[in-house]
Design a protein around this ligand. Structure first.
Ligand code: HEM
Ligand SMILES: *[C@@H]1O[C@H](CO)[C@@H](O)[C@H](O)[C@H]1NC(C)=O
Length: 324
């Protein structure tokens, strides 16, 4: 796609995103019963005065990191998802164990030996603290990193909404309920609906499996090539490093890696719900990009802490002051 047409469509998208999300925020906050979260909206200009280079700084650290580890953009993108689905986008996934009070979400099955990129988040935080101490939350770092990562891999750009604050607790029960690769379609749909994400969001966001890696024991082939458990494969076996719509073409060929990918086409309930969306995105990358960006903004709006709720962590792995 020509850069100019991408930008033209982005303009429309941003108008649309600005509209959809003010409305969405109120309902997302309310649905999760977080006092204080519902009233105040996130904003793309939140750090314009207090930390104008925030996006650039995040971008530079990720650019450096991916030279050493090309998988980093995918890994960081996934962290925002695993953060937002648990307790809202509050940086809870970044907290290390501080027992008995803080039990880290990093140990639940969906994250253990799987969620990665934490040292890069630390490096981003260090760089931001140097430039603007005490200003940028860890939850916002994950939102910014998720966008930068997609952009660097050739995917869409969008204006990240900012102003989240960091939580001071984890939620193991909720982390144990993250979407699972064995979940049937109706369960995936329900888990997404629970955070106000619809079928289009589900199909668009799973498109993030256009980059990054998967351990063979999670794949439909299940290491039957004789690989050891933990052996890494590409999630998109055709264009593994590029953020494009090839993921949906793979699905149409029955070649998705995860059971939870393929169900969007193969489940009996798919024909009336997700399958037409898979076909749409397979046939039109711009349509996919526009929807992916909108859905990422929606996901980033799940129950943020704003105003004076929570805190701005100094170290993303620890709450600032332990009141215990
Ligand atoms: C719908 C439910 C989803 C399920 C069941 C699921 C499951 C998985 C699994 C099992 C892996 C491989 C982990 C490993 O082998 O260690 C993975 C990787 C990944 N997921 Fe998902 N995922 C889902 C949705 C999403 C969403 C919504 C996003 C982002 C918007 C996302 C982004 C990624 C990325 C980028 C990777 C590669 C990470 C890396 O290489 O480090 N996933 N996912
Ligand atoms: C892979 O095989 C193991 C052992 O038979 C089984 O427990 C596991 O559920 C399988 N995983 C997948 C993704 O099919």
């Amino acid at each position: 796609m020509a850069a100019s047409s991408r930008f033209a469509s982005l303009g429309l998208l941003l108008l649309f995103a600005a509209h959809c999300c003010a409305v969405f925020l109120a309902s997302a906050g309310a649905a999760h019963g977080r006092p204080g979260a519902a009233g105040s909206a996130l904003s793309s200009t939140f750090y314009d005065a207090s930390c104008p280079r925030a996006h650039d700084i995040v971008r530079h650290v990720i650019q450096d990191a991916r030279v050493v580890d090309p998988r980093i953009p995918a890994s960081l993108n996934r962290l925002h998802f695993h953060d937002c689905f648990v307790n809202g986008c509050d940086g809870s996934i970044l907290l290390d164990d501080d027992l008995p009070v803080i039990q880290s979400e990093k140990h639940v099955p969906a994250n253990k030996n799987s969620a990665r990129g934490f040292p890069v988040v630390d490096n981003i935080k260090t760089a931001l603290e140097r430039a603007c101490p005490g200003i940028v939350s860890c939850a916002d770092i994950l939102a910014l990193a998720a966008e930068v990562s997609v952009e660097l891999a050739g995917g869409p750009r969008w204006r990240v909404l900012l102003g989240r604050r960091d939580g001071t607790t984890t939620n193991i029960q909720s982390a144990n309920n993250l979407p699972n690769f064995f979940d049937p379609l109706d369960v995936l749909q329900q888990k997404f609906r629970d955070v106000n994400l619809d079928d289009t969001d589900l199909v668009a966001l799973q498109g993030a499996h256009t980059f990054g890696k998967v351990q063979c024991q999670f794949t439909r082939q299940n290491c039957t090539g004789g690989q050891a458990r933990g052996a890494l494969e590409n999630l998109d076996r055709v264009t593994p490093k590029v953020f494009d719509n090839e993921y949906y073409a793979n699905l149409l060929q029955g070649r998705a890696q995860l059971p939870s990918d393929q169900v969007m086409l193969s489940d009996p309930a798919a024909a009336a719900t997700t399958a037409p969306i898979v076909h749409r995105f397979a046939g039109n990358q711009r349509d996919f990009f526009n929807n992916f960006a909108v859905s990422m903004v929606k996901m980033g709006n799940i129950s943020p802490l704003t105003g004076s709720a929570g805190e701005i962590r100094k170290n993303c792995r620890r709450v600032n002051r332990r009141g215990y």
